[in-house]
Design a protein around this ligand. Structure first.
Ligand SMILES: Nc1ncnc2c1ncn2[C@@H]1O[C@H](COP(=O)(O)OP(=O)(O)OP(=O)(O)O)[C@@H](O)[C@H]1O
Ligand SMILES: [Mg+2]
Length: 326
């Protein structure tokens, strides 16, 4: 059973211009998407730069105004309420961002940074608050003396742990993580991801994990949404997406996951070149005449693919197989 649903969400930004600064056009950053989330599961939202991933995350938690659509949380419509900083929804759904540094106020000690959400939502005595901050530091594996330090005294990975501690402070049900490890070194990325998994198990958290790289989310996600120009081109389980992808754009994202061995790298490079040719030739069929992504069509209970019709989906799929999906 899903505890949260996003229904036909749209976020359109006006582009202003001319002498009177009137609206001359619109950016359809998010243009009609549906999502459901179950407790304890991890969801991936993947697509290239500018496709609308961050806008989706920010719109869900209320940092961005929405043009239309609804957010349901535990059966209630929270579309309006989610904009209020003190609402229950705000406490239950937290977000962490790619840039671990700029999301921490450089002039505040870690104790004060962690105290902020606690003061907003939990009514604790100063002693209880201090104990709570100590617990949070322990959960994210930082020493107790971190309390008195400032953000610049920590590494990138440690700063991201502080962000995670802050997100956990209010006992949320869900964390939206917008490229949480993209700014970190590869070895630190793995550490932070593993750590996020441990925390998830301990607290039964739901994650919406935003990334431009299908490789990064592979081991994390139960369900993946592939986004292109503000809409979903495909959604499915890990197996559907990595083992049985149907949409050309998904296949292209898969083909750009780097190989880990030098031999594999050469092979992958050749396959990618071959695939690019098929992609260039076929991609126009995957969108309507205005370049808009078609609605999703179910392929199975879990797997949905955008296509003009089920028959055409089959045809595009067959032809693109020539280029190899991976
Ligand atoms: N405040 C804004 N006003 C106008 N356009 C915006 C605004 N914020 C985002 N956009 C546009 O909306 C689209 C989606 O942006 P968004 O930040 O959601 O992309 P993204 O998928 O998160 O990309 P990245 O991987 O680079 O972070 C882009 O075309 C962007 O230029
Ligand atoms: Mg983004």
């Amino acid at each position: 059973m899903s505890f949260m649903q996003v229904i036909d969400l749209k976020v359109h930004y006006p582009i202003r211009g001319g002498f009177f600064n009137t609206i001359v056009d619109w950016v359809y950053a998010v243009d009609g998407i549906d999502m459901e989330f179950e407790q304890g599961k991890t969801y991936g939202l993947v697509g290239e730069s500018g496709c609308g991933k961050s806008t989706t995350g920010k719109a869900i938690i209320g940092l961005e105004k929405i043009t239309s659509g609804k957010i349901l949380f535990e059966g209630e419509d929270v579309t309006r309420e989610r904009r209020s900083r003190t609402s229950r929804f705000h406490r239950e759904v937290q977000m962490i961002f790619q840039d671990s540094h700029s999301s921490l106020n450089p002039r505040k000690r870690i104790a004060d940074i962690l105290a902020e959400p606690i003061r907003n939502f939990l009514h604790l005595t100063p002693r209880e608050e201090s104990r709570k901050i100590g617990e949070l530091l322990e959960i994210v594996g930082l020493p107790q003396d971190a309390k008195e330090k400032y953000p610049h005294e920590f590494s990138g990975g440690q700063k991201q742990r502080i962000n995670i501690a802050r997100a956990l402070a209010t006992h949320p049900k869900m964390i939206i993580a917008d490229e949480p490890v993209s700014a970190l070194d590869l070895s630190v990325q793995a550490q932070v991801l593993n750590f996020m998994k441990d925390v998830q198990r301990e607290f039964g958290l739901t994650y919406l994990f935003i990334s431009h790289d299908l490789g990064v989310v592979k081991h994390m996600c139960d369900t993946i949404f592939i986004m292109y120009k503000g809409r979903f081109v495909e959604r499915g389980t890990k197996e559907d997406i990595y083992g049985n992808s149907k949409h050309l754009y998904t296949k292209r994202l898969l083909s750009s996951i780097p190989a880990t061995t030098p031999v594999g790298r050469e092979k992958r490079k050749r396959a990618r070149k071959e695939f690019e040719k098929v992609y260039e030739k076929m991609i126009h069929k995957a969108f309507d005449q205005n370049g808009r992504v078609y609605d999703l069509i179910p392929v199975s209970d879990t797997h949905y693919v955008s296509a003009p019709s089920a028959r055409e989906l089959l045809e595009i799929g067959k032809e693109s197989e020539m280029g190899g999906s991976r």
